[in-house]
Each structure stands twice: as structure tokens, then as C-alpha cells.
Design a protein around this ligand. Structure first.
Ligand SMILES: Nc1nc2c(ncn2[C@@H]2O[C@H](COP(=O)(O)OP(=O)(O)OP(=O)(O)O)[C@@H](O)[C@H]2O)c(=O)[nH]1
Ligand SMILES: [Mg+2]
Length: 227
């Protein structure tokens, strides 16, 4: 594992979930803009120090899923695959929980350490929603922290959680797995074995590749056919 004295945290979430607001809340003024390799999509990077640690946040483009059909989705997912950040900070809009969990499941399938900031708790409460945080966290196998980023609420707890997660990655590495049913699972297992045995795909998560392959993902298909 790299230990360069700084941790890289990818801020991922659907559009309008409050990613940038959380990003600003955590990093304040220490921000700069870069680009992702080969594309013009803006890469917003922010830095803050916490205790003895330097934390580098990357504000990923907002996407509804992680297929490879749009540039933003490709950028977000390639960042996760290529850079293997120390942690994914998934921003979820508590007032649209069901819709936002779609991306959460896809992020979980990438097999990286992850935590969730359940943002917009104020909006969710105003709508009369009561979210059982413990149950949500238990079902997903991920730590869930409520935030109201617009008002700075949850900032200190979130910094502490990020610090803890970066320093104890194994405990934040989830083993979440969608069960696609017997027929699909049989095919997936076969594919996973083939992928795991193929050194072209070293460093890739076999399960993730197998799922994407079955879904007809163009990028993964190209990788597989070797073109
Ligand atoms: N009420 C409320 N509003 C929030 C909260 N967090 C963010 N917002 C507002 O929600 C809107 C969207 O926030 P952004 O931070 O821009 O969301 P984003 O995820 O970065 O959006 P994209 O970059 O377009 O994907 C802004 O108007 C924020 O001020 C919150 O916890 N509560
Ligand atoms: Mg934003």
C-alpha cells in the first residue's frame, strides 16, 4: 500500500447531492483545478490537514451510475479503477434516498473502502422522513454519517470518520455483493475465474469486470476482446 504521507479521498455522488458543498466544507480555500488525463473534464482537488495527516479530496463528476456511456461516468469510474483512492466518500441525498442508492450499490461493487455522508438531512426531515441510520449502515455494511453540508453540520464528525477510515482501511473495506440469482451467478463465477486467471486483468476486480461484461459494458468488452 502506498504511504506517501497523504491520503486520497474520492468524493462521489449523484448530481446535486451536495458533493461540492461537502468538498468545500472540508477543504475550505485550499483548492485547485486539474484535468483528468485526455479529457477536458475539470478535476477539482482540495487539501486539508487533520491531526498528523494530509488528506487530498477529489470532487468527482456527478453521475447517476457508473456505466461507460457518458464521459462523466467514464471519468469517475476510471479514476476509481486507475487511482485506487484510499477511500470513497459517497454523498447521498437523504431526501431522495432510494434513487441515490443506485449509484451507491455500483460504488460498493468496486470493492474500495467507502463511507457515506447522508446529506440534506434537513430537507429529508422537513419532508417527514425518518431514516433508520443504523439499519441502513448495517444493510450496506458501510458507516453512514448524517450531514447538512450547507450549514456545515457534520463537519467535525466527518473529518474524524475520514481519518479513521484512511487509517483502518480493512475495517472500511466492504464485502457487499449483489446476488444476481442462480443462473446469472453461475455465469458470473465462471467469468470471474477466467478473469482472475488472465494476467491482462491483474489489478482489476474480477467480480466487477464480470458484472460489467454481462451488462454489455463497451469499455470492458473492448478490454476483454483485446482490441
Ligand atoms: N438544504 C440543504 N441544501 C444543501 C445541502 N448540501 C448542499 N445543499 C445545496 O444543494 C445544492 C447542490 O449542491 P452541490 O454541492 O452543488 O451539489 P453537487 O453534488 O456538487 O452537484 P453537481 O456538481 O452538479 O453534481 C446547492 O444549492 C447547495 O447549496 C444540505 O445539506 N441541505
Ligand atoms: Mg459539484
Amino acid at each position: 500500500m502506498k504511504n506517501t504521507g497523504e491520503y486520497i479521498v474520492a468524493v462521489a455522488g449523484q448530481p446535486n447531492s451536495g458533493k461540492s458543498t461537502v468538498f468545500n466544507m472540508l477543504t475550505g480555500a485550499r483548492q485547485f483545478i486539474a484535468n483528468y488525463p485526455g479529457v477536458t473534464v475539470e478535476k477539482k482537488i482540495g487539501i486539508y490537514n487533520y491531526k498528523d495527516q494530509k488528506i487530498k479530496l477529489v470532487d468527482l463528476p456527478g453521475t447517476y451510475s457508473l456505466t461507460s456511456y457518458s464521459l462523466e461516468e467514464r471519468v469517475a469510474r476510471n479514476f476509481l479503477i486507475d487511482e485506487k483512492p484510499d477511500l470513497i466518500l459517497n454523498i447521498v441525498d437523504a431526501s431522495n434516498l432510494e434513487r441515490h442508492l443506485n449509484l451507491t450499490f455500483q460504488l460498493l461493487e468496486m470493492g474500495l473502502p467507502m463511507i457515506i455522508a447522508l446529506n440534506m438531512i434537513d430537507v429529508s426531515q422537513n419532508r417527514g422522513f425518518k431514516i433508520d441510520l443504523e439499519k441502513l449502515s448495517e444493510e450496506l455494511g458501510v458507516s453512514v454519517l448524517p450531514t447538512v453540508a450547507k450549514k456545515g453540520r457534520g463537519k467535525d464528525d466527518l473529518k474524524l470518520l475520514i481519518y479513521d477510515a484512511c487509517n483502518n482501511k480493512e475495517s472500511y473495506q466492504n464485502d457487499f455483493m449483489i446476488d444476481y440469482g442462480e443462473t446469472m451467478e453461475n455465469i458470473l463465477t465462471e467469468l470471474e475465474d477466467k478473469i482472475a486467471a488472465d494476467n491482462r486483468f491483474a489489478g482489476h476486480l474480477p467480480r466487477w469486470m464480470a458484472v460489467k461484461l454481462l451488462a454489455g459494458d463497451p469499455e470492458v468488452r473492448t478490454m476483454f476482446s483485446g482490441n
